[in-house]
Design a protein around this ligand. Structure first.
Ligand SMILES: [Zn+2]
Length: 276
């Protein structure tokens, strides 16, 4: 069967033996020209970055499928222009298309266009893959509802994200390419302290922090607790230097604003000032 996007040439020749005319096809590869912008370049091969490049189409496919076959998860893409016209993920790619692909760009007023990403969620809640345990604890420390277990598998993570409208955070682009994932983000930083800053910036969470409202261990709600009620469980230095405590309603763990928390706040405040 002839691929509908192939440029097919018909040639007619006369064979010597039969002296009959036969007709055969020459399949010319179909090509598109594509360019990825801004942070999407991080997903490309070095030679493909920040430049237009040709890509051979071997079969008819949607633009979402094409973009992911080049290595960019659909969760990272917000705007696509084909021959200057805004299209959505369902667009069927045609031979000769010139394509530009953009990530979410907050600063541009581009509302009349076809946005590929769903509208932002009212409350940012997360589910994290098994490699992001420290980031999960940091998000909870700052009061962001975060599901994390070190034994979630990929289908479970994708289903939780879809069913509960949670943003799936991962360093695994294949996980983000699962079709049921609508809300997802590829975490670039590798150090947990850098990762938390990246997430605060990406989802504009600097002013939405509610520290010590969630348990870092189990994501349960915490409540202020009187020092005398839990004093027997504290180490001598903690007893001596701290007076304000919180306790998890689910697992009973106790929290206070120790040096670890204060260091993180200092770091966040620095970034906040730099970011304006
Ligand atoms: Zn807890």
């Amino acid at each position: 069967m002839i691929n509908i996007i192939d440029l097919t040439l018909f040639h007619t020749v006369k064979t010597k033996k039969s002296k009959q005319y036969i007709r055969y096809y020459i399949h010319m590869p179909s090509q598109i020209n594509i360019r990825f912008h801004e942070g999407l370049n991080e997903f490309l091969q070095p030679v493909q970055r920040k430049t237009n490049f040709n890509f051979e189409l071997k079969k008819a496919r949607s633009i979402k499928d094409l973009i992911e076959s080049i290595g960019v998860p659909h969760t990272e893409v917000d705007l696509i222009f084909v021959n200057g016209k805004s299209v959505d993920f369902n667009y069927r790619v045609q031979d000769g298309d010139r394509i530009s692909v953009y990530p979410i760009i907050e600063s541009l007023d581009i509302s009349p266009l076809n946005h590929c990403q769903p509208a932002a969620l009212g409350e940012s809640r997360f589910v994290l893959d098994v490699h992001l345990g420290r980031l999960a604890a940091y998000l909870r420390m700052l009061g962001f509802n975060t599901l994390y277990r070190n034994d979630y598998d990929d289908p479970e993570l994708a289903n939780i994200s879809a069913d509960e409208h949670r943003i799936l955070l991962t360093c695994d682009r294949k996980l983000l390419m699962r079709k049921q994932v609508n809300y997802g983000y590829y975490v670039r930083a590798r150090q947990p302290q850098q990762q938390i800053l990246e997430i605060l910036a990406r989802f504009d969470l600097y002013h939405k922090q509610k520290p010590f409202t969630l348990c870092m261990s189990c994501n349960g709600k915490t409540q202020p607790v009187k020092k005398q009620e839990i004093e027997s469980r504290l180490l001598p230095k903690t007893q001596k230097y701290y007076d304000k405590f919180y306790q998890c309603e689910s697992c009973g763990k106790i929290y206070w604003q120790g040096s670890h928390y204060l260091k993180m706040q200092e770091m966040i405040n620095k970034i906040k000032v730099t970011a304006g």
